[in-house]
Design a binder for this molecule. Sequence first.
Ligand SMILES: [Zn+2]
Length: 464
Amino acid sequence: MDLLRLRRRELERRTKELPAEVAEWKTLAETDLDSNLHWSQMEAIADLIAAFSSRYDTLLGNLPSENDQSLYESGLYDILMAIGSAQRAWDFFRRKFDQRRSDRFRKRLRAADIIAIDCYDAAIGAAKAKGWIAAEDVREPPLTYLSPELSAMTWARGTRPNDGQSEELAGSTLPIPVVEVPYDQTANVWEFLSICHEVGHEIDADLKLLSAIKTNLSKAFEGTALPQPRQRRWLGWASEIFPDLLALHFSGPAFAYMLRNILILPPNQVMQIIPGDAHPNHYIRVMLCTQYIRTMGAASPDATFRSALEQHADALEADWKPLYEDSAALNDYLADIPLVIAGVMDSAIPAMEGATLRSLVEYSKEHEDAITKGATSLRQLNSQFGIAPRHAVSVVRIAINDAIVNNSLDKEIDALSTNAIQLLEHNAPKGKRSINDPLASSPSARKSRIDRFVSQELSRSLQQ
Ligand SMILES: [Zn+2]
């Protein structure tokens, strides 16, 4: 019957749309130098779409004869559902890639990507070199995207327990991790330091750290007088403590300066402990960071490095404490901090052959010196020096501190912002991440991860 044949033809034409669209993006990721950054992500997405389309191509191929009308109609329905699932999965990424077409956001989003990839590579590169992550478990680096939120970390509380997942795809293991940044936060490049925390969640997920962190924290509490409810609270915060402390390893004290500033909120929001919140309250978060900074130079033989870190911690506390003077109710928690640091960062992680999380990514005297020197250069409008992107974003935050001391922030802030984007661009990874790259995901592992994702999505849509 012509009507049924036409319907089949219509659906067939629709099945061709998605692979064609993704192929265009893939070509762009290959030919446009700026888009090279996204090559491995685009390869994964192309695999994703190929897995979806092979499902509906099979359904199309197996469509019964149109003489069997009811079977034919239900076959058409299954094809339609499979197209819908594929479109929804791709749309999750399409909207994120489309943001890169905007003249307003392209450069800033690229800066965010550059930082996210560098943080991810610093941790996963170290873990891979030491055999703490198997080649097949290495994933594509996170893709950043913009969202109308207030802050990447302050307000997403409770709603997105893992910042690498979107609510739309909740419950599914995304083939590519994603990191969300508020649209308007891109006006302040230094606030991209929040990406370091978000990538910390990806590292936690990829190295499967959380249960070991919680076990270690419980062990640290054993034999102490810490009451059970307080122990439970710290354990409930563990998934957010590690990303903050790892971010200090990625980018140094600059991360804490950024965090402290975005957490300046009314006292009831800063000082209150909210039951069920995955984050320690804001006051405790900042104090955790400052106390951790004091420990970061402990193993260094260099007294100037140790004292530079002490000075950062002093400066962070000196400006923070007077904002919230009534902190007596939190004294017990503040006194627990050394124990918490020992449990989370200084205990043996079995999956890391007994190494500690403190040893995962080094923040060294050389890094601190390069950031300090870089801040001076950036204030002199030099944005063409070499420095790791995760440190380049610290350079601008420290330059801002220096401009404040110099009483010239208003005069300098716009130029610092523009030059920071240029500095990140200057230090962007060049070329495509390809199979030979030690940090590329292995094609077979990627395919099996994606096949799992696709079968989950399809079984879900067929159940609806
Ligand atoms: Zn978080």
